[in-house]
Write a protein that binds this ligand. Structure first.
Ligand code: ADP
Ligand code: MG
Length: 275
């Protein structure tokens, strides 16, 4: 069926507050593949995730994002989720008054046809099983969404959501930040358990560490809002050993960040001596 899943980011450009951050991203994933996007801070990685998901702050100015030939950029945000996109966020929001289980049941049912909602019993069984796999305290089911969760707990909760929803394309933005090594292994095992020919994952990370546990098929390095280098898993290993400087040297890049230009400009309204 969706064995021939295809996800293609084609010449994607996006701006924030009128500043261009993504400068033409090209990337293609097929069912069963895991791609990693690596890069130093401020190079546009989270912007890429947000632009794909349709965050209103990010204005797509050019390009397409095709999921099985359908342009998700033409869809409303909720339609993108229904089409099978899921983003595990770098900074998940806290929502007071909505419990984790309420949130997840709504999220699941929103993806099903009316009249085909998941039964409460079935839902609870599924959620309990996944929570056990991810070693999440069962009490978290009844806690308000992410409220008072530690950084690591929020990240595990994002993976729990992803495991429940079972998306076609899962994008994980710095899921490893704030995780100790044990939590990292649990999260990685959760993702590995979901892997199939029917889905693909885009794993955004600063560090190679996570990729010891989730083996990527392809690694892409982002700088200045572009993918500047792609390779296999060995590229991540070299980055771990040598950092990012060799890529900058190779490409003659001095500042790898994007969208910060005005910080380096001479201030216009300084009250210096008048000539
Ligand atoms: P990364 O995830 O690689 O660290 P980001 O995509 O978060 O990088 O940010 C890249 C640049 O885009 C930032 O340095 C900033 O200039 C700009 N940017 C991203 N998101 C916003 C935002 N919500 N508001 C203003 N500027 C933003
Ligand atoms: Mg980021």
């Amino acid at each position: 069926m969706s064995k021939d899943l295809q996800f293609k980011i084609d010449g994607l450009k996006a701006s924030v507050d009128g500043k261009e951050i993504l400068k033409g991203i090209q990337l293609e994933m097929k069912g069963g593949e895991i791609h990693a996007i690596m890069g130093p801070n401020g190079t546009g990685k989270s912007t890429l995730a947000s632009a794909i998901m349709g965050h209103p702050k990010y204005e797509v100015t050019e390009g397409k994002v095709l999921l099985n030939e359908e342009d998700v950029l033409e869809m409303e945000v909720d339609e993108r989720a229904l089409a099978g996109l899921f983003l595990a966020m770098q900074y998940p929001s806290e929502i007071t008054g909505v419990t984790n289980s309420d949130f997840m049941r709504s999220a699941l049912n929103a993806r099903r046809e009316e009249g085909d909602e998941i039964s409460l019993i079935k839902f609870i069984r599924q959620m309990e099983a996944k929570m056990k796999e991810l070693e999440i305290d069962p009490q978290f089911m009844h806690r308000y969404l992410n409220e008072g969760f530690s950084g690591g707990e929020k990240k595990r909760n994002e993976i729990l959501q992803m495991a429940m929803i079972d998306p076609k394309v899962g994008i994980l933005d710095e899921i490893d930040s704030g995780l100790d090594i044990d939590a990292l292994k649990i999260v990685a095992a959760g993702v590995n358990a979901m892997r199939s020919e029917e889905n693909a994952f885009l794993i955004i990370t600063h560090y190679q560490r996570l990729l010891n546990y989730i083996k990527p098929d392809y690694v892409h390095v982002m700088m200045q809002g572009r993918i500047v280098k792609s390779g296999g898993a060995e590229l991540a290993e070299r980055l771990e050993a040598e950092g990012y400087d060799w890529i900058k040297e190779e490409l003659g890049i001095e500042d790898e960040t994007v969208g910060q230009e005005e910080e380096f400009q001479v201030p216009m309204n300084t009250t210096g001596p008048k000539l």
